[in-house]
Design a protein around this ligand. Structure first.
Ligand code: ATP
Ligand code: MG
Length: 352
């Protein structure tokens, strides 16, 4: 029997609340098939761990996580711990250490999900964002000169390596080719006169290897506008770390809200674990109330099943989310419902 080891970092705020429901669903799906088994190991990393130990994870945390097939993450960050610490010492550390250089975020309006736009057809919102996840604007490189003085200067460097840029663009072309869809590159070469000129050049170079893939290229500001005005232009989309971060929050608003937006951090070589998470944060404003929407976490669990090669099971989960949305009976308050987090999880498992 095939066995998958999953490290669970439920994290802070609503993280544990929504992850519990995802695990409930995963266990339920695994019972449908005697061919595979899912093992969960819990790691108490996050801001509470930080409060007790002065660090976000064990010193050998990365070594401990390395042996797993996947990491299932809730959310990290809580008032009292500076955001850049919780982000850099846990989330970004994992992404970088395990070379999870592909961030996949579906922006697809599921049947039954709220369409926030007029003059746009439901089926027009069906994009797959492939965001560079290892360098670029989030390289962490920079400097703080003359701190506190009048001539203070802060530098924040974008790092775009040939290797890093080429591999994400090639991954996007492979995906578009496999899915028979067009590929759009989003950049900003008019203003970012080194990094984005280079990005566009690499996109152009790699595109020559894929004559069968239709391509388009937009400036990020125009793309933000067109995602609202004419979303059907976008099918598979490849973009940099920062632009992908921002545009996928816009995408979340287009596709049913932040409570429904899932993301996968993939290491395509599979020599270390990939990580699956909702794209939302720890939402301190609603933590502990039992009203967080678990659907984003459940969708990312479905992405995990796809990644394990159990696409049929991933689809069962996604179909169950879709049916729940269509029923419109058991929904959390962010979707104008009155159900609790666990009632939504229970309903998904009932449908499965
Ligand atoms: P981060 O910095 O980690 O991205 P953030 O402060 O930007 O976090 P979130 O924690 O994602 O933001 O929350 C933004 C808003 O969305 C909050 O008002 C929160 O209540 C709401 N929200 C986020 N996730 C959910 C969810 N799963 N269900 C319901 N509401 C949510
Ligand atoms: Mg945010």
């Amino acid at each position: 029997m095939k066995q998958f080891k999953i490290a669970v970092i439920a994290g802070d705020g609503i993280g544990p609340e929504v992850i519990n429901e995802g695990i409930k669903v995963l266990k339920n799906v695994a019972e449908l098939d005697s061919g595979f088994q899912l093992d969960f190991t819990y790691f108490p990393y996050g801001c509470e761990f930080y409060a007790e130990n002065g660090r976000m994870m064990d010193d050998d945390g990365i070594d401990k996580l390395k042996a797993f097939d996947a990491i299932y993450l809730g959310a990290v960050g809580f008032p009292g711990v500076p955001d850049h610490i919780s982000l850099w010492e846990l989330l970004l550390k994992i992404r970088k250490s395990f070379d999870q250089y592909v961030n996949i975020r579906p922006v697809t309006l599921l049947k039954g999900a709220h369409l926030p736009l007029v003059d746009v057809k439901r089926e027009d919102i069906d994009m797959l964002f492939i965001r560079e996840n290892s360098e670029g604007e989030y390289s962490g490189a920079g400097d703080w000169l003359f701190k506190g003085q009048e001539n203070e200067v802060v530098l924040q460097n974008g790092v775009f390596s040939r290797k890093g840029t080429e591999r994400i663009i090639r991954y996007a072309f492979e995906t578009a080719k496999k899915e028979g869809r067009s590929l759009t590159s989003i950049s900003k070469a008019n203003a970012l006169n080194y990094s984005m000129v280079f990005w566009d050049q690499v996109f152009e170079e790699v595109s020559r290897e894929y004559p069968e893939v239709e391509t388009a290229s937009y400036l990020v500001d125009a793309a933000a506008m067109l995602m609202i005005k004419d979303p059907k232009r976008f099918e598979v989309v490849v973009t940099s770390n920062l632009f992908g971060d921002i545009l996928t929050d816009l995408g979340a608003a287009l596709a049913g809200g932040i409570g429904l937006a899932a993301g996968a951090n993939i290491n395509p070589q599979r020599d270390s674990p990939s990580m699956f998470e909702p794209i939302h944060g720890s939402a301190p404003d609603i933590a502990g109330k039992g009203i967080a929407n678990p659907l984003a976490s459940i969708w990312s669990a479905s992405q995990m099943l796809d990644f394990f090669g159990y696409e049929a099971h991933g689809k069962i989960v996604l179909d169950a989310i879709e049916q729940l949305l269509l029923e419109a009976r058991v929904l959390t308050p962010d979707m104008n419902g009155t159900a609790s987090t666990s009632e939504v999880g229970d309903r998904v498992t009932d449908i499965i």
